[in-house]
Each structure stands twice: as structure tokens, then as C-alpha cells.
Ligand binder design. Sequence first.
Ligand code: SAM
Ligand code: DTB
Ligand code: SF4
Length: 335
Amino acid sequence: MTQRPDLLPRHDWTRADIAALYDLPLDSLMARALEVKRANWPDGKIQKSQLLSIKTGGCAEDCGYCSQSAHFDTGLDAGKLMPLDEVVTSARRAKENGADRFCMGAAWRSLKDRDLPKVAAMISAVKAEGLETCVTLGMLEDGQAEALKQAGLDYYNHNLDTSPEYYGTVVSTRTYEDRLETLGRARHAGIKLCCGGILGMGESREDRIGLIHELSKLAPHPESVPVNMLVPIEGTPLGQSAPLSVIEMARAIAVCRIVFPQSWVRLSAGREGMTEEGQAMCLLAGANSIFVGDRLLTTDNPDADEDAALMKDMGLEAASHKDMEHGRNKVTLIG
Ligand code: SAM
Ligand code: DTB
Ligand code: SF4
């Protein structure tokens, strides 16, 4: 038996290699993505995550896409950290609705030590409900990732968002290096990474290639790669961005499937603005994870009936982390 290297993770992708994938005719690109997907994910199941905003708004960062930044008037009221019992109620409901992972997001620039015990208690309680746990809390300092891991954290979400070149156009209050440092801390503590970006912020295809290239250099690859389509928020600098075509979104997802063969590639924010056919195209391109529940953090997501119809029409089943061996079904062996 020999392993086919083109179906397995690599960390030596160049921008030119990724650009060459991007430039393929769509049918050739999708055929290659499908081959990678079938080899690494033979059961074809879809991972479902549910989000909960545990601390909304009033954030000190100026991310130009975000409803929660205190720098922009988006009409969102800032709240306090949610009490534990409300988090547990929400996690139970998410599980009943078929979610397998529960992701708690806080509109913080960075996690403060005073909030750490409260967040740790939330992680432990969600884990005790039988869900995989994920948090996204901004930047981490020494020792914090270890404490989160000890509480039962499976994934840390922290996105690179776009290429290093375009990043400064979108965010000015923290650097790409800051992001990489936090990712390194989470990884060092043995936490899986959920790291991706946003498309449709006025970036060029070269920037999308640059983002994928930066993600591909992370070794091991992030176990989850969320591909968000910008949800335009009125009042933010990117609120009037021209919508991205779903074909370009599907193309990016197919490239991600090929570059990150054993990662969950998540069709993340932006599904509410897509037709069922558009979402189906993104799933056929290689996405194998979605956010479920009718709310993301502060914006709408398709409701349970719509998602049930999508899954039924496509003949898709939900994945459970219990049948998974760290994000992949089996090793690719070609006789
Ligand atoms: N404050 C934390 C941080 O930035 O890491 C966690 C929350 S933040 C809302 C998580 C991610 O959501 C961002 O990195 C961004 O990729 C995505 N996101 C935020 N607003 C979005 C929007 N309007 N459209 C699409 N994705 C968005
Ligand atoms: C990610 O990449 N997408 C999620 C999650 N990680 C935290 C967030 C999407 C947010 C969409 C806008 C909102 O609802 O505020
Ligand atoms: Fe704050 Fe995160 Fe929104 Fe940036 S994306 S403004 S860090 S909540």
C-alpha cells in the first residue's frame, strides 16, 4: 500500500501553487476537491457547530467588518458576561437541535485573568453536556491557554481573516503577528485550532490566496478552517461592500479542501444571504461543516427547518465527534 501525497496535508504550498488551483476551470477544481474529500472523509458527514455570544459588543478592537466594535455605531447594545446557567441552557438546546460542537464567543480584545475562571466554568459545563467545546475570546497571554485546556477546551477560534497585505486595511488595533502568537499559545497548550477568514471584504483574489497560504504554513494545519462570507453590517467601514459571488466562495472552499485535506472546512457566516443552491454548491466544493441555530453571534443564520431541508435534499448526515478520530475518518491508502 502506498499513500498518495497529493491527498494528504502539506506545509510547503507556495502562493503560486495555490494560485494555480484557483485558476483551474471550476469543474476541474471541484473534481479535485471531491477526490480529496472522498479519500479523507469517506462517510461524507457534516459537522454541526452552534455559536453563542457570551459577551456581546463594546469591543476595543476596530475590525472593520464587526458589529461589536466600540469604534463604530452599529446600533448594537453592549452586554455583560452571560451567567453560567444561561450558557448551559443554550448548550442543551443546541445539542437537542443536533449540534456536536458549542462555540462561545466574547467581544474582547483579549481574555482578562479576572474572567478566566468564569469562562473555564462554562467550558467545563458545556463539555459535561457531551458537546465538543470551542471559544473565541481574543488574544491570550501566557498560562491562559493551559487553563482553558484544563477546563476541557477542545478548540480555540482565532481567525487570520485575510492576507497579511490586506489585513491593515481591515484592522488597525492589532497585528497579524499578534494573531499568530495567540494561535501558537493555544497550539502549545494542546488545544485544536479553528482558524480561517472572511471573504467579500473588498480583497483581491491574490489576498484570498495569501490567506490560504498563511494558514497552510501552520503545522499541523488548523483542525477547523472557517470560511466566512462577509455579513455586511451597517455602520461599519465594510457595511457597503459589494457582495461576493457564491461561485467565488465555492472556489475558495474547494481550494481550502485541497490544501487542508484533513481539516473540517466550515461554510460559516453568510449562509443566510445564500440560496439553498448556493449553499449546496459550497458543500459540493468540499465544505463539511456548518454553523447551525438561527443566530450566529449577532446576526441571523438559517433556521432549523431550512437546514433540515438542505441536509435532506443533499442526503447528508450529521457527524459526531464520538465517531471521529481527531477530525478525519481514516488514513488515505491507495493500493
Ligand atoms: N473577539 C474575538 C476575535 O475577534 O477573535 C472573537 C469574536 S469574532 C466576532 C470571531 C470572528 O468572526 C472574526 O474573526 C471574524 O472572522 C468573524 N466575523 C465577525 N464579524 C463578521 C461578519 N460581519 N461577517 C463575517 N464574519 C465575521
Ligand atoms: C468564525 O469564523 N465565524 C464565527 C465564529 N468564527 C466565531 C462568527 C461569525 C460572526 C458573524 C457575524 C455575527 O453574527 O456577528
Ligand atoms: Fe472585537 Fe472580535 Fe469584533 Fe474584532 S471581531 S471587533 S476583536 S469582537
